[in-house]
Design a protein around this ligand. Structure first.
Ligand code: NOJ
Length: 755
């Protein structure tokens, strides 16, 4: 039987309630007994009991928030045995940056500008997820984010639609493979459709007012790319988009997503977002909310409790929704189940799951990803790499230097802290002669590695969304003496040959519902850094973050700054390999790094507007330029660009030119560079951004090596959506081209485009 025949056969026999059940996805979790609460409005024991009862009645289409294979098998059995047709549940999960093997956070992976590493990482995540019984990732998050106050900037690929689209494709391929149903892969679900990253004031879930030009030119390209790569699912967004709740918008999910972008998979709501159509003041009640979401094109409701779709039989009865619309949604869900092989074999082998989760090859992929995502922001006088053979002692200082939970970052739930390598453990293993720890090396010369945390753990003022699951950095014990610890750290630094200071945001300070009104280093971290620098010992600053932080003082006063993000399970090993020069940093910023929160939102791809010569002085109290530009990052090599050429001086609006450049590593070490091409249209039927990324390639060059890199620049690179004609246009114009190592590259040429 074909997929379609199997689907139709089942559908023909289902009652309205059974159909509504297939369209409902429930959370299933048991909170730890000491979980702080109530964070969510439900009785915590009642929730799993209710879901099990529904499973028993055959009224659950999908489950989420499970990672234990035995538990997944148990619930899957309830689903199969409870359903008249034996239809299993699709199991979804936020496989955001790994399952057991934790990869660097998504913004870090984007900073690698390395599409192979990104794809390989998500393939590992998919393999682990599939082994435990998960069929579907609520990822990648492809929301463009230009306001770092928004905590979810960490989950995406940053500010740029071109980079965002390339990263989205790599992630979809990594998760899903060639097609839905590829062995050891899972369904990819790009989210949140659409515009969620434009939350007003950077406040999570706040309304979004988005111009058509931003929507088409900036927000949609990563979604379009993910859909073209075959993503099987798309998730809705929580907020109002231009005054309409996204989850109830037929324009978004039917006209735009399906009819215009050609999406043929299934749509899931964000958690409780259908129910919340009532909260928004949009739907009158749950029945109305369910009917309007189905009518808008939202196939499945993700619910914590009290699903609106449970009321679909009433809505059908009342004629508020057509059976044809419900059937179309059920078809999409059943087709996904058939394609994923669920109807043939819904269970997983728990022993095999354990083996897959422990696969050492997965840790290697994570280590390489962490090495390739780090961004070297400053390196005065070549302080880095450190020469372990020439150092007597190193002081590792800072509250994030030895915190496994913070090293892996937010949005992980199945981690193993015992195997997580912190920066301290990595440095000890690499240089300190500690051969017992994870990632242990065998250095010829053992450096004395001292450690002091320096400042207390800072807890958020309001609890995080995820604090209820436990596993956060524990608070300091009563009686912790801040001042004594601070002095101990400074003394340690004073007596060392070099100090490695690891600071940033604690992992629960960023992510969902973790927006901030400031970008400053929390607590006394800056004061600690200043005191350590004041000792005169050379300082390497290692930053853990998922958003740009206010590093104005360090950027002027600390000789070396390495941004390692939240680097994951193998983070410390990777950081040590970078610091001691086993590998060169080669990542580049996927966002513009502002000087201060007062400058945000900020993007390199702004239009020229009025008085361009005064652009850098649009504030009278602060420069309008960023601290570090988009695309920026140093390495241990030295790259020079020459011979920038365009193969034809002119082409037509339908033609393609090839831009070539010679890049040479004139330094004395092998290193990576991300060669970036930027384009600007001088005049036309709209004002276009001063520069836009339209090509990139990460290359490794040995010392003294040079290579010619070429980029096609055709209609796809030049077209844009024009708000005046309300359509895509490719203008005849003069185009400036820059190629270099960041968005301020000055090597330039141009070509003409005629009608
Ligand atoms: C809410 C988040 O917005 C979404 O991204 C996530 O996938 C769901 N919760 C499920 O955890």
């Amino acid at each position: 039987m074909t997929v379609q025949e199997r689907v139709e056969k089942l559908l023909a026999q289902m009652t309205p309630a059974e159909k509504a059940g297939q369209l409902t996805q429930y959370f299933y979790f048991r909170l730890p007994p000491d979980a702080p609460g109530p964070v969510l409005e439900f009785d915590r024991d009642e929730q799993p009991r209710m879901v099990e009862a529904r499973l028993g009645e055959g009224l659950v289409g999908s489950l989420l928030f499970l990672t234990d294979p035995a538990e997944i098998n148990r619930l899957q059995r309830l689903a199969v045995e409870g359903n008249r047709f034996g239809i299993p549940a699709l199991v979804g999960f936020d496989v955001v940056h790994g399952l057991r093997t934790v990869f660097p956070v998504p913004i870090a992976m984007a900073a690698s500008w390395d599409l192979e590493v990104i794809e390989a990482g998500q393939a590992v995540a998919a393999r682990e997820a599939r082994a435990v019984g998960i069929h579907w990732a609520f990822a990648p998050m492809v929301d463009i984010a230009r306001d770092p106050r928004w905590g979810r900037i960490i989950e995406g690929a940053g500010e740029d639609p071109y980079l965002g689209a390339a990263v989205a494709v790599a992630q979809v391929r990594g998760f899903q493979g060639q097609e839905m149903g590829t062995p050891e892969r899972i369904i990819a679900g790009p989210k949140h459709f659409a515009g969620y990253g434009y939350a007003l004031g950077g406040r999570d879930y706040d309304e979004v007012d988005l111009s058509d030009s931003q929507l088409w030119n900036v927000v949609l390209p990563p979604f379009r790319a993910a859909i073209e790569a075959g993503a099987g699912n798309v998730m809705t967004a929580y907020m109002d988009l231009n005054g309409i709740p996204a989850t109830g918008s037929g324009w978004l999910f039917t006209d735009l997503l399906r009819d215009t972008l050609g999406f043929d998979g299934f749509v899931v709501s964000d958690a409780n977002a259908v129910r919340n159509l009532v909260t928004h003041g949009f739907a009158a009640d749950l029945t109305d909310a369910g009917a309007r979401a189905v009518n808008a094109g939202v196939d499945m409701e993700m619910a914590i409790s009290g699903a609106a779709y449970a009321h679909l039989p009433e809505a059908l009865e009342a004629g508020e929704v057509d059976m044809a619309a419900v059937d179309a949604s059920v078809r999409r869900i059943l087709a996904a189940k058939v394609r994923m092989g669920l109807l043939d074999d819904p269970y997983v082998d728990e022993d095999r799951a354990r083996q897959v989760l422990a696969d050492p090859a997965h840790r290697d992929v994570a280590r390489v990803a962490a090495e390739r995502s780090a961004v070297l922001l400053r390196n005065e006088n070549g302080l880095l790499p450190l020469d372990a053979t020439a150092l007597g002692s190193v002081a590792v200082i800072g509250p994030l230097a030895d915190s496994p939970r913070d090293t892996i970052g937010p949005w992980v739930f199945d981690f193993d802290l015992d195997e997580t390598v912190t920066v301290l453990a990595g440095v000890r293993a690499r240089a300190g002669g500690d051969r017992s720890g994870p990632g242990a090396a065998t250095p010829d010369h053992a450096v004395r590695v001292g450690y002091a945390r320096g400042v207390p753990v800072v807890q958020r003022e309001f609890p995080s969304l995820f604090d209820m699951f436990g596993g956060n950095t524990p608070s300091d014990p009563d009686g912790f003496d801040d001042d004594a610890e601070f002095r101990r750290a400074v003394d340690l630094a004073a007596g060392a040959d070099v100090a490695i200071v690891v600071v940033g945001e604690w992992q629960n300070m960023i992510g969902e519902m973790a927006s901030r009104s400031s970008l400053e280093l929390p607590g006394r971290q800056l004061e600690l850094l200043q005191a350590v620098v004041g000792t005169g010992t050379p300082v390497v600053l290692v930053v853990m973050n998922g958003r740009p932080l206010d590093l104005r003082w360090p950027a002027a006063n600390v000789p070396a700054i390495l941004d390692v993000w939240y680097p994951g399970t193998q983070g410390g090993t990777a950081v040590a390999n970078l610091l001691f020069g086993d590998v060169s940093p080669g990542g580049k910023l996927p966002f513009t790094w502002p000087r201060t929160v007062g400058q945000v939102p900020m993007t390199y791809a702004h239009t020229i507007s009025h008085e361009p010569e005064n652009q850098a002085r649009r504030y009278w109290d602060e420069a309008s330029t960023p601290l570090f530009p988009f695309g920026y990052g140093l390495s241990y090599g030295r790259f020079t660009y020459t011979n920038l050429t365009v193969d034809e001086p002119s082409t037509t609006t339908r033609g393609t030119v090839t831009v070539s450049v010679e890049v040479a590593n004139t330094g004395d070490r092998e290193a990576d560079e991300v060669v970036q091409l930027y384009l600007h249209q001088r005049h036309g039927t709209a004002s276009r951004p001063v520069r836009e990324l339209k090509g990139f390639e990460r290359v490794t060059l040995a010392a003294g090596e040079s290579r010619t890199i070429s980029f096609p620049v055709g209609p796809d690179e030049r077209r844009y959506w024009n708000a005046a004609v309300r359509d895509w246009v490719t203008d005849a114009s003069t185009f400036d081209v820059w190629v270099g190592g960041d968005s301020t590259a000055d090597l330039t040429t141009r070509f003409e485009v005629t009608k």
